[in-house]
Write a protein that binds this ligand. Structure first.
Ligand code: NAD
Length: 496
């Protein structure tokens, strides 16, 4: 049985622990690898390696750090098929989707290649007579990242590439469900010229996370996962004096206005709801239909299209949807569909008995569609994280905005409309971190901030773009005076 190693101080390191997790190919339901969790000494070794490397890496010029990133980008491109295959084997998403994830990671690397410019401080001359003031941004030290299963390459890169570009060193704890791709990323970073110890990967679960986020040498914690876990990680990290931002669950609403291009809206909503089997933090899970006519038309069009949606192994070309990540998750999604029926929502399309293209085993779930979902139902309030789309009917845009604003989560949202006025009002009033106007999955590009509001983000600073530079550095202002002549001692508050 293949084993997934840790990566500590520039080399693969075998975990000497018995605790492990089986990695499945979700398309076949078979165990393909085993990941052994790092024990306390191994986690300590990763932190110590990062701490030691920080002493020199922080002084490597931003230009030289950028050169490592340029090389890393080339290697990501060269190995993108290998990485995509690893993602599809362990996560299940279709290859095209895995390639898209890698492209999003590469875009972040490209942005961070501009680190010399991004780290430029500012300078004010003559803030007093003969006195200048300048502000610089300095790295924090050892940073850690905890990632979810659904983007093993993209979210890992968003964290460690940004932190390392800023002069920090990093310890990553990937999801135990699909940890192989991050290990290849660590090897590629090393091949790109990254010194030993700057980037380390340790495998594990809650125990490893706790050790990392409470360790004295760790200065900052980034985490992406369900809101329950993100909240625990955030609170523990800040109690231990760390800078932290942790990203949580979503329940993303897409408002469909009566005046929109309905065919475009239906195509977009279906792609955003069922793509990646709904296992995206930005997946659309609620379509808010404005008016009964809009709802009925949407349902009719979705029903017409569903038979053409292909569910099967992500490695087979032409598939739209792969399997869910695990048997447990399959059971969880199924239990939500059962619940929806019991709660009185109208199940129009039932994905529980998925018809797949040639796959007999595996964790496949077909697309489901609920109508007449009410805000007091648990299937509306909670994140399902599967291919389940819920239609909530409202009378007008105000009701749609109120509905979204009252939801616990505020990760992403979208509106489909032909009215500039409606779009502008929606963007202005909606209490959500990422908004799409006729764009169903508004994941911002690498040079804009990513992150939700409300229980979708704990902490103040979002991720990637300029926000990551802020998160992974602290600012220092230096006031300088080079007097021509010696001055008398002054005892009052300096004012220039
Ligand atoms: P998860 O919360 O189960 O696990 C996330 C990470 O936390 C994993 O590395 C896991 O090992 C670790 N972990 C699990 N339990 C822990 C505990 N008690 N204490 C400390 N660490 C713990 O999430 P998942 O199932 O891997 O990923 C899916 C979730 O992630 C969904 O809720 C999804 O919405 C969310 N997500 C959010 C974003 C975002 O940007 N907001 C992006 C991607 C995924």
């Amino acid at each position: 049985m293949d084993v997934v190693e840790n990566f500590i101080d520039g080399k693969l390191a075998h975990a000497s622990n018995d605790e492990s997790h089986s990695i499945y190919n979700p398309a076949t339901g078979e165990v393909i690898k085993e990941v052994y969790y790092a024990n306390a000494n191994e986690v300590e070794a990763a932190i110590q390696a990062a701490e030691k490397a920080f002493k020199t890496w922080k002084n490597v010029t931003p230009l030289k750090r950028a050169r490592v990133l340029f090389k890393f980008k080339e290697l990501l491109e060269k190995h993108s098929e290998e990485l995509a295959n690893i993602i599809t084997s362990e996560h299940g998403k279709v290859l095209e989707d895995a390639r898209g994830e890698i492209l999003r990671a590469i875009e972040l690397v490209e942005y961070m290649c501009g680190i010399p410019n991004l780290l430029k401080g500012n300078y004010s001359q003559n803030v007093g007579t003969g006195i200048d003031c300048y502000t610089i941004r300095q790295p924090l030290g050892v940073c850690v990242g905890i990632t979810p299963f659904n983007y093993p390459v993209m979210i890992s890169c968003w964290m460690f590439v940004s932190a390392i570009a800023c002069g920090n060193t990093f310890v990553l704890k990937p999801s135990e469900k699909d940890p192989s791709a991050p290990i290849l990323l660590a090897q590629l970073m090393q091949k790109a010229g990254l010194p030993n110890g700057v980037f380390n990967v340790v495998n594990g679960d809650k125990r490893v996370v706790e050790q990392l986020i409470t360790h004295n040498e760790v200065k900052a914690v980034s985490c992406v996962g369900s809101s329950t876990v993100s909240e625990i990680v955030y609170k523990t990290a800040i109690e231990h004096g760390k800078r932290a931002h942790t990203f949580g669950s979503g329940k993303n609403h897409c408002v469909v206005m009566p005046n929109c291009e309905i065919d475009e809206a239906v195509k977009a909503v279906m792609g955003a709801a069922y793509g990646s089997a709904g296992e995206r933090c930005m997946a659309v899970s609620v379509a808010v239909a404005v008016g009964d006519e809009t709802a009925d038309l949407m349902i009719k069009k979705i029903q017409e299209k569903i038979p053409n949606l292909k569910v099967g192994s992500g490695k087979e070309s032409g598939m739209d949807m792969g399997p869910l990540i695990s048997k447990e998750h399959w059971e969880r999604v199924k239990s939500y569909i059962d619940l929806g029926v019991n709660e009185g929502a109208k199940l129009i399309i039932d994905g529980r008995d998925a018809k797949t293209h040639g796959q007999k085993q595996g964790f496949f779930m077909g697309p489901s569609l609920f109508d007449k979902v009410q805000p007091n139902m648990r299937i509306y309030q909670e994140e399902i994280f599967g291919p389940v789309l819920e239609i909530v009917r409202v009378k007008n845009l105000d009701e749609a905005i109120d509905l979204i604003n009252q939801h616990t989560f505020g990760n992403g949202t979208a509106i489909f409309t032909n009215s500039g006025e409606a779009a502008r009002r929606f963007a202005d009033e909606v209490q959500v971190g990422m908004v799409g106007i006729n764009v169903p999955t508004p994941v911002p590009v690498a040079y804009h901030a990513f992150g939700g509001w409300k229980r979708s983000l704990f902490g103040d600073i979002q991720m990637h773009g300029p926000e990551s530079i802020m998160f992974y550095t602290k600012s220092k202002s230096i006031t300088t005076h080079w007097p021509r002549e010696a001055q008398d001692t002054k005892y009052h508050m300096p004012s220039q």
